[in-house]
Ligand binder design. Sequence first.
Ligand SMILES: [Zn+2]
Length: 164
Amino acid sequence: MPRNRPGALRAAQRARHRPRRWDTPSPDRIHGLSARTGIAVHRFEALSSDYYVFPGVTDRALRRYRAFLTPPGRRPRYPFLEDCSCRGCSLLDVRHARDVLATVLRHLPRRPRAELSRLVAALDAVYLARTLPDPFVAVRRQWRSHVWWYRRLEGCRYAATGTV
Ligand SMILES: [Zn+2]
């Protein structure tokens, strides 16, 4: 898209000045959270201007986090990079899903935050138990290696399907 298309520019300006609304119908309850916390989450999602935050993203991030940790057995799990960086596909990278949860947690009021953070902490414990520390993290200076959920040994997305 041409960068200075006047119509688009005006539309963007209008969008900036219009108060953002969140009175759309509430989505389904988020599994494991009270209705009250669900509303707080929904409100943040609807009002956020972060590209990676959109209505329903918290639910999707939680589902992704759970699904990643669900396969039975004791074999380690390896987070993997998703090729496409759009906000839908990015959630396939469980570390991105965890980033989103961190963003939501940062912006929630105290009580909903406490409730969601208990849920996330329980998943974090499983994540730590089922992934391996990356011994080369210091050498590689991997992207976001200051964030603990990135300091785990990474796998290949195609190996992660279980066929390799
Ligand atoms: Zn995509």
